[in-house]
Design a protein around this ligand. Sequence first.
Ligand code: F6R
Length: 261
Amino acid sequence: MEVIIRPTTAQAVELTARLLADTVKAKPACKLGLATGATMEAVYDVLVKMNKAGEVDFSQVTSFNLDEYIGLGPDDVNSYRYYMNHHLFDHINIDKRNTHLPNGLAEDELAEGINYEADIEDAGGIDVQLLGIGNDGHVGFNEPGSSLSSRTRAKSLTPVTYRQNCVYFNPPESMPKRAFTMGVGTILDANRVILLITGARKAEIAARAIEGPVTSMVTASALQMHPNTVVILDADAAAQLTLKEYYDWVFANEPKWKNYR
Ligand code: F6R
């Protein structure tokens, strides 16, 4: 796990977007794993600008999102399909037929998870998986206690996640309490993982995920076992890390980060 700390949120977002764009430039038909949530909105803003400026071409990209609320259809303003169209897909030259999210209205939940896994496998797997982290340490909706080898499935959300996300719903109580999510095992199969963490409210959980023990109680900590994960934080989210000096040293000295400093 590599850890990169950027002084501001804007710089952390910019670095994340550049890494994604560079993946697409190097492999135009790449498979991107995408995330939703407040943290990602700024990343997608940058990618839209880059696409409009002709700097990155998404025409051959295939995408797989991490999760979708159970019970919400694509036209529901709170569905993650709606979020992705609104924040990214409607504004870039991606072929929407190549964009995938679990179907929140699937009647056979077991089959939905199995089929989503099969679709990822048929596409050749995910080149880069973008992640945020929940207040309870989840990646995707892999809530505390999720198996670290789990695959795409239906999952009950925790009260912590419910409180984190119900503010986006009107009324708040209309938020679904279950979601389809890629499993921790699905995420760990991606060739590369980029976890973006911003803001002071994530500082404690970031330190537990990055420097604490690997535990299903903080599913993001499973990324410590992944051979090619970079965690990008702004200074506020990095406040409780103990090895900050080392992480800065690596960013300043590793040749591969030269073009991103
Ligand atoms: C979203 C997802 C979640 C979020 C996490 C952080 O697709 O899978 O794990 O990344 O809950 O959400 P924000 O960015 O809203 O704090």
